[in-house]
Design a protein around this ligand. Structure first.
Ligand SMILES: NC(=O)C1=CN([C@@H]2O[C@H](COP(=O)(O)OP(=O)(O)OC[C@H]3O[C@@H](n4cnc5c(N)ncnc54)[C@H](OP(=O)(O)O)[C@@H]3O)[C@@H](O)[C@H]2O)C=CC1
Ligand SMILES: O=C(O)C1=N[C@H](C(=O)O)C[C@H](O)C1
Length: 269
């Protein structure tokens, strides 16, 4: 079997390490490149050194060098980094799995445009559990459309730089679509001072940051005399890495197109 040749961006990051370990363990994949910012301390060292192993792949900051032998780039970095990598991948037919969160509308449009030139899987959460939870939320939202106030609460580690999380925003999108609302019209991202009574059509967000919390998401449907909570809690990042490899396998026979984890997992209606 031909192994998938996969490069990893953000090779020294939390997800970068998880991905390199998962690729090293997979029979059908091999590490083909490791990319990081020029100032990263690991530049020039073996990408698997943190595992006490030698992969033969050095961490590089030059895109052309690190992607020279790659068929896929798995990118969990920052929007500005991903968008730079995207241009190169679109021009050179390198398929992308994008896990980075925090894009603005222009960034998302750039990803959609690049998908006309190469195959891209873009999702704020690669976990099977989270993506099945999205389907549960659709069902719940349709059935709690009246008389239930909807609040999305997420908690992450102290290093996370964007809020609300990409997953919380996607949960909001899924719920708003199921209710026939537009998230931009109904989202409430902060409350302080005299806010007035709650608008029943609103979807509220609350973001907690602290310690080493990997990623918790809860959607609360608060009615009269009852509350329903749908929660997903991550205790490790390993499932994000395994989801990313599943996405690479899904993209193997794709040349162009924009896909998400619902496509990868066969969860689209
Ligand atoms: N879709 C999913 O399932 C998941 C998504 N994520 C998302 O992935 C992203 C990364 O998360 P995490 O691994 O925890 O973050 P880290 O900060 O641990 O890692 C990010 C890596 O990207 C590098 N980097 C930073 N800026 C740039 C840039 N401009 N260009 C290229 N590389 C850059 C960092 O280098 P340096 O440290 O030197 O700055 C670091 O190596 C976040 O957006 C997060 O929300 C996270 C987990 C799961
Ligand atoms: O930054 C993280 O850690 C995570 N980010 C993603 C998000 O913003 O939804 C996914 C997961 O929650 C971990």
């Amino acid at each position: 079997m031909n192994q998938m040749k996969i490069a990893v961006a953000g090779a020294s990051g939390r997800m970068g390490h998880m991905l390199i370990e998962a690729i090293e363990q997979a029979d059908d994949a091999r590490l083909a490149g490791a990319l990081d910012v020029a100032a990263a301390p690991g530049i020039g060292t073996d990408a698997a050194a943190f595992l006490g192993k030698t992969s033969g792949v050095l961490i590089e900051s030059d895109l052309a060098t690190s992607l020279a032998n790659a068929e896929f780039l798995i990118d969990f970095t920052r929007p500005e980094g991903t968008l730079k990598h995207l241009e190169y991948c679109a021009a050179h037919g390198v398929k992308m799995i994008i896990g980075t969160t925090g894009f603005d509308d222009a960034g998302k449009a750039a990803i959609a445009a690049a998908a006309k030139k190469t195959a891209i899987m873009f999702a704020p959460n690669m976990s099977v559990g989270v993506n099945v939870t999205m389907k549960l939320l659709e069902l719940a939202a349709r059935n709690f459309s009246h008389g239930y106030d909807i609040e999305i609460i997420e908690a992450h580690h102290r290093h996370k730089v964007d809020a609300p999380s990409g997953t919380a925003l996607q949960m909001g999108e899924v719920i708003a679509a199921a209710l026939g609302r537009k998230l931009d019209d109904v989202a409430v991202y902060a409350r302080e001072g005299v806010t007035g009574a709650r608008d029943p059509s609103s979807i509220g967000f609350a973001a907690i940051r602290g310690g080493d919390i990997v990623g918790d998401h809860t959607v609360l449907f608060a009615g009269d005399g009852e509350r329903i909570e749908i929660s997903h809690k991550s205790s490790s990042r390993v499932h994000y890495a395994h989801g990313s490899l599943r996405a690479a396998r899904f993209l193997r026979d794709k040349v162009t197109g924009l896909y998400d984890m619902q496509d990868v997992l066969g969860l689209k209606n």
